[in-house]
Design a protein around this ligand. Structure first.
Ligand SMILES: [Zn+2]
Length: 194
């Protein structure tokens, strides 16, 4: 007889089905379109974001990716609330994952970008945002969630391997610096069993 507690880890394991994470907070963003080739999902891009800048814990990142950011809530929002961007997922400071765009669709996270001579990285990449900034370390809960999420993404999209996991800074140098000086790549990759 298998006790219920032994089943728990399996039930709560991160699992992608039809491009969506099961048992995961989901807020469907209108900021996406079709990929030119759904068979070519071959790059993972790590980002950071905080809204307002350097403030954590609000719902403003959700609002931003959903196109619902209220410009009256903060002066910074007046400059960005009409920008239509998204990511596939956000991992907040507590390690909670939210998915906004189906992995099989194209999220709008990379902007003008290039990886190994190929432009328009949104076409063939998955974008994950960490709630964070360039001024403070990411949390243990974020690394743990990112590691588990990465493993499941690599299982579901086997063209993605560790050599094809990059920072936004790597595909948009001179324009973007995220995930920034505090993102510990060695620690991250140590959590990814591949
Ligand atoms: Zn970015």
């Amino acid at each position: 007889m298998i006790s219920k507690s032994k089943l728990m880890p399996t039930e709560t394991r991160i699992k992608i089905r039809n491009g969506w994470l099961e048992n995961t907070r989901r807020l469907a963003s209108p900021h996406f379109d079709r990929r030119p080739d759904t068979q070519d999902i071959s790059l993972l891009v790590i980002h950071y974001i905080s809204l307002p800048p350097e403030q954590f814990g609000g719902d403003y990142i959700d609002d931003f990716f959903l196109g619902k950011l209220d410009p009256s809530q903060h002066s910074y929002f007046e400059n960005i609330y009409q920008i239509r961007v998204s990511a596939h997922c956000l991992i907040n400071r507590k390690g909670l994952i939210t998915q906004y765009v189906n992995f099989n669709d194209r999220a709008w996270h990379a902007g003008q970008s290039e990886f190994e001579g190929r432009e328009k990285c949104n076409d063939f990449s998955i974008g994950i945002e960490l709630e964070g900034s360039n001024l403070q370390p990411f949390t243990e809960a974020q690394y743990n969630a990112l590691g588990r999420l990465t493993e499941e993404i690599m299982r579901a999209y086997p063209l993605i391997n560790k050599a094809r996991i990059v920072g936004h800074c790597d595909i948009a140098p001179g324009r973007k610096i995220d995930p920034g000086q505090y993102f510990d790549w060695e620690r991250y990759f140590s959590l990814v069993d591949a």
